[in-house]
Design a binder for this molecule. Structure first.
Ligand code: SF4
Ligand code: SF4
Length: 98
C-alpha cells in the first residue's frame, strides 16, 4: 500500500481526541484502523475488523484535524477483501468491492 510522504506525515495530526470512536456506527476504532492502514499492517487491520467498515464517512466528518479516515480505511478494507478472495484457500472468485 504505497503512501505519499505527505499522507504519512498526516498521522502526526491525530491528537487522540477519540471523537471518531463514538461516531463509528460499526463500533470500530477508526483512529487505530487509519494508522494500521498507513503502516500496511494487514494482520492488525483484520484483528480490528476493518472488514466491518461500511465507508459511511462518519469518522472523517468528526475528525477535528481533517484526517481522511474513511477513505484510507475503506481502501485498506478493499485490499484485505481482495487478498482473502484471491487466497488459494478460498474457493470463491473475487467479488467487486462495495
Ligand atoms: S467509515 Fe468505517 S470506520 Fe469510519 S465511521 Fe464509518 S464504518 Fe466506522
Ligand atoms: S477524530 Fe481524528 S484526531 Fe481524534 S482520535 Fe480520531 S483520528 Fe485522531
Amino acid at each position: 500500500m504505497a503512501e505519499s510522504l505527505a499522507e504519512c506525515r498526516s498521522t502526526d495530526l491525530c491528537i487522540n481526541c477519540l471523537d471518531c470512536v463514538p461516531a463509528c456506527p460499526a463500533k470500530l476504532l477508526p483512529h487505530y484502523l487509519y494508522h494500521f492502514a498507513l503502516a500496511d499492517l494487514a494482520e492488525q487491520l483484520e484483528i480490528y475488523r476493518v472488514v466491518d467498515c461500511t465507508a459511511c464517512g462518519a469518522c472523517s466528518e468528526v475528525c477535528p484535524t481533517g484526517l481522511p479516515l474513511a477513505r484510507r480505511i475503506a481502501a485498506a478494507r478493499a485490499q484485505i477483501q481482495a487478498a482473502v478472495a484471491a487466497s488459494p484457500a478460498n474457493p470463491l472468485p473475487p467479488t467487486a468491492a462495495t
